[in-house]
Design a protein around this ligand. Structure first.
Ligand SMILES: [Zn+2]
Length: 300
């Protein structure tokens, strides 16, 4: 009896600090509840494998996320549906919400003035609230939902045209790609480029299908694939580097504006210069999972 009373009280306290956050690509409103003691452990145990880490992170985010329905009621979406209709970009906003409601602050950071004649180093606490500015989010502008939307990028090469159907990846796309790569591959990527995915893998993540057509588009049924494994092999081994350059250029021109800019302006105490301090929340999250609160609150 007294135990259940105690748990009831603990539960109601844990519900107090909820944070509303917009999901600009999925065009939804989410309400996030803070991390609990047990959450941390699940993430730490999955750190040896990037796929498991990603999966655990998504489960963790999902567990703490409720979505506002049409009448303002809060719904916990079915896990599969959540992964298929929430973008990788929205995930960053959810991480922001999770951080905000759990910690409020990223801790003190060492910042170096970027003015050539100054270069003063100083410490400043970075609050989650300060990272959201008027231009942080750009809301999805197309009529179709992002997960149905295709942006065609045509790249001519010699007597052929590569026709890419590009997209904004969902949380599920990201995890599916991760599970197609070996731990060795991912570790190698991280060591050689500091990124989780190589260029070819990144391209596969952003592509729904690819067609090889001849230059006057006269082949009636040109070779086409939407198979992830096939695309990975083709992008790695057969598609010319210049084609990937044109692809990324066109993709960025179209979609870059949607990546949320979490930044704050800090003032150098020595010369009053204003410095833009930008944060990669996914990296922050990863770091805190590895090092915990103390160590991760300081720039490494
Ligand atoms: Zn300065």
């Amino acid at each position: 009896m007294s135990l259940s009373e105690f748990l009831k009280a603990a539960e109601s306290i844990s519900n107090i600090k909820k944070q509303e956050v917009p999901l600009p690509i999925a065009k939804k409103y989410a309400v996030i509840s803070p991390l609990k003691v047990g959450d941390d452990l699940a993430l730490r145990t999955s750190l040896t494998s990037p796929v498991n880490y990603d999966r655990e992170m998504i489960r963790l985010i999902h567990r703490h996320t409720e979505i506002q329905g049409p009448d303002g009621e809060l719904i916990r979406e079915n896990y599969e549906h959540f992964c298929a209709t929430t973008s990788n970009i929205d995930k960053l906003c959810l991480i922001w919400g999770l951080y905000k409601t759990t910690y409020e602050t990223l801790g003190k950071r060492t910042i170096r003035c970027d003015k050539e004649s100054c270069k003063t180093e100083f410490k400043q606490e970075i609050f989650l609230d300060d990272l959201v500015k008027e231009d942080t989010f750009v809301v999805w502008e197309e009529e179709l939902p992002f997960h149905e939307y295709i942006y065609v990028i045509e790249v001519p090469y010699d007597k052929f045209i590569y026709i890419f159907e590009s997209k904004i990846p969902t949380i599920r796309d990201n995890n599916r790609l991760l599970s197609n790569l070996s731990v060795d591959t991912l570790q190698n990527n991280l060591q050689s480029t500091g990124m989780v995915f190589s260029r070819a893998e990144q391209m596969a993540l952003l592509t729904k299908s690819v067609i090889i057509q001849n230059e006057n588009k006269s082949i009636p049924n040109p070779p086409r694939t939407d198979n992830l494994q096939e695309m990975l092999i083709a992008f790695k081994q057969y598609i010319p580097h210049v084609v990937s350059e044109d692809f990324f250029k066109a993709y960025r021109d179209k979609f870059d504006k949607y990546y949320p800019q979490f930044y704050t302006i800090v003032r150098c105490p020595a010369c009053s210069n204003e410095i833009r301090y930008q944060v990669d929340l996914e990296v922050e999250f990863f770091r805190r999972s590895i090092y915990g609160r103390g160590e991760s609150s300081e720039e490494l």
